[in-house]
Design a binder for this molecule. Sequence first.
Ligand code: COA
Length: 169
Amino acid sequence: MPSTSLVVPLAEAHFHQLHAVLDEVAREKRYLAMLQAPPREQTFAFLRESLSNRNPHVVALLDGQVVGWCDVLPVFGEARRHVGTLGIGLVRRARHRGLGRALLEAAIAGAWVKGLARIELTVRADNHNARELYERLGFQHEGRQYGTFQVDGETFDSHAMALLRDGPR
Ligand SMILES: CC(C)(COP(=O)(O)OP(=O)(O)OC[C@H]1O[C@@H](n2cnc3c(N)ncnc32)[C@H](O)[C@@H]1OP(=O)(O)O)[C@@H](O)C(=O)NCCC(=O)NCCS
C-alpha cells in the first residue's frame, strides 16, 4: 500500500513523537547543533511556548506518525522582530520523498502570514542535501562561518543563509 504523507500545524498531540524524532535526528550528529534531544519535559515546555507564541511550526506525518518538523522561531531584540530563525529535520526513512520541501513551504508561508520579513538559518557546510533544498526555495548565501560546529573532536564550518519576503537583494 502506498504511504500517505501530510504536513500539518504542530499540536499538543504530536509532542511525544516529535521528541523522539528530534532525538533521532540529533543523535545522527551530522545536522543539528544539539546532539540529543533535551529531556522530555524541557522539550514539551519549548513546544508549548511555540504554540502559545503562534510561531510557524509544522510537523510531517507519514502514515499517521510524526516523522519531522520545521519551525521559524523569534530571535532576540525589538529591532529584529521581523526576523525568524528556521530549523528543520526529518527522520532518515522520511527523507527524499518531497517532505522537506513541503515542510519548508508551509513554514515559510506561515512566517510571511505572521508578518516576518526575513528567515535566517545556519547549515553545516557538509550538509549538501539541506543546502541545495534551501537554495531551490530561494535562500541566499550570506557567508561561510568558520569552525562553528565541533562534534567528537572534529570541527566543521557552516553557511549563513536567509530568505527575504520581498525578494533577493
Ligand atoms: C534537509 C531535509 C529536511 C530535506 O528533506 P528531504 O525530504 O530529504 O527533501 P526533499 O525530498 O523535499 O528534497 C530532497 C531530494 O529529494 C528529491 N525528491 C523530492 N520528492 C521526491 C520523491 N517523491 N521521490 C524521490 N525523490 C524526491 C528532491 O528532488 C531532492 O533530490 P535532490 O537533492 O537529489 O535534487 C532532510 O534531508 C533532513 O531532515 N536532513 C537531516 C536534518 C537536517 O539536515 N536539517 C537541516 C539542518 S540546517
